[in-house]
Design a protein around this ligand. Structure first.
Ligand SMILES: *Cc1c(COP(=O)(O)O)cnc(C)c1O
Length: 389
């Protein structure tokens, strides 16, 4: 194949017309098992828990979009993250960014200790803190950017550099940026994980996960783990995700331009005290984001004058739907204390810069004027009902 750029790869990698009818869209192989020609010819694909044509195809596409050699797909993002933790064994220690995804934190806090694996936390925005918590038993480090929900952007190269001084395997969760905006393998990470539920599938209709790596030993381990634990995605979910990922480049352009418009409008809105978006020039990591991303993403957070106002705004939008998750074509608004960060105490949330006055937006691909008007009307109506005007 000739060398191809991002959007072309999304449409052409591993997607030759099917050999039987020349269908342009890859057929759905909704089959648990595949017939052998003879006992001497073991088929490459024989059972869907191990792999499946739809999965194999999507693995090649996702790996290519991350500039990686190998991919494995899972039934969820959490299964992908759990797979990377299976590189650790009894007695090993792991480093986790303080502002890691809640589900990842839950594994480290509740389940890994039962296998004799311990975790310490570090501040990814200050990579020197790695040196204070690393031990001879430390084997792996995991972090992400932009972070949830404060949308801070640690320096990927610097974190990987310090971690590699200690020989750690660097795992990066690229869910919030998507491969269209940021490629962590090129910036020093050893394994990239995705919740493909979000931007990669992009239509809020699939739960899935992926790992991508250039290291064949790691790849073989992750593939075998998935086969052993049975976290295989369904063929139809892979078919849907492939349909989604084919438009990833185009969708991300719109997510980014809409989010920039929404963020700028919010900075001028009455009742809004703070806006968190890496595309705003006064964001603390604006320059870092520019140096490692091709766009600032579709996620925006903002703070309101009071808790009552924040709750009322979340319940007053008409275009933005009040729901968890992110990365779909439709815009969503979330209230972290009752959704993504409900398992933390109020004190832990405030410590991590998540006040109860904060809302998180997943900005979709609607007309940006409608999104801005919706937020402005929601804030105005919420200020009325909470008697602020
Ligand atoms: C959603 C999400 C996950 C978990 O993915 P699931 O597909 O829900 O299992 C992991 N990391 C990040 C950053 C996420 O947003």
């Amino acid at each position: 194949m000739i060398p191809m750029r991002f959007a072309t790869r999304a449409l052409r990698v591993a997607q030759e017309p099917d050999p039987k009818f020349r269908a342009v869209v890859p057929p759905l192989y909704q089959s648990s098992t595949f017939a052998w020609e003879s006992l001497d010819d073991i088929p490459k694909i024989d059972y869907t828990r191990c792999t499946n044509p739809n999965r194999d195809m999507l693995e090649q596409v996702v790996a290519s979009l991350e500039n990686g050699r190998f991919g494995v797909l899972y039934s969820s993002g959490m299964a992908a993250i759990a797979a990377t933790f299976s590189l650790l064994q009894n007695g090993d220690h792991m480093l986790m960014a303080e502002d890691i995804y809640g589900g990842t934190f839950r594994l480290a806090e509740k389940y890994l200790p039962k296998q004799g694996i311990t975790t310490s936390f570090f501040d990814a925005h200050n990579p020197e803190t790695i040196r204070k918590v690393v031990t001879p038993q430390t084997k792996l480090l995991i972090f992400e950017s932009p972070t949830n929900p404060t949308l801070r952007c640690p320096d990927l190269r610097k974190v990987a550099e310090v971690a590699h001084e200690y020989g750690l395997t660097v795992v990066f969760d690229n869910t919030f940026a998507s491969p269209a905006l940021q490629n962590p393998l090129d910036l020093g990470s050893d394994i990239v994980v995705h919740s493909t539920t979000k931007y990669i599938s992009g239509h809020s209709d699939v739960i899935g996960g992926a790992t991508i790596t250039n290291d064949l030993d790691i790849q073989n381990h992750l593939f075998e783990w998935n086969k052993a634990y049975g976290c295989a995605p369904s063929p139809f979910d892979n078919w849907l995700s492939l349909r989604g990922v084919r438009t990833l480049g185009l969708r991300m352009e719109k997510h980014c331009s809409n989010a920039q418009i929404v963020a700028e409008a919010l900075t001028k809105a009455e009742g809004v005290t703070k806006v968190h978006y890496p595309g705003l020039p006064d964001h603390p990591d604006h320059e870092i984001a520019k140096s490692q991303m091709r766009g600032f993403g579709g996620m925006v957070s903002f703070e309101l004058e009071t808790v009552e106002l924040a709750r009322a705004v979340a319940e007053s939008t008409k275009v933005f739907l009040l729901a968890e998750s992110l990365g779909g074509v439709e815009s969503l608004v979330a209230y972290p204390p009752l959704m993504s960060h409900a398992t933390m105490t109020e004190e832990q949330r405030v410590e991590r810069g998540i006040p109860p006055t904060m809302l998180r937006l997943s900005v979709g691909i609607e007309d940006p004027e409608d999104l801005v008007e919706d937020l402005i009307q929601a804030i105005a109506s919420a200020r009325k009902t909470t008697a602020l005007v």
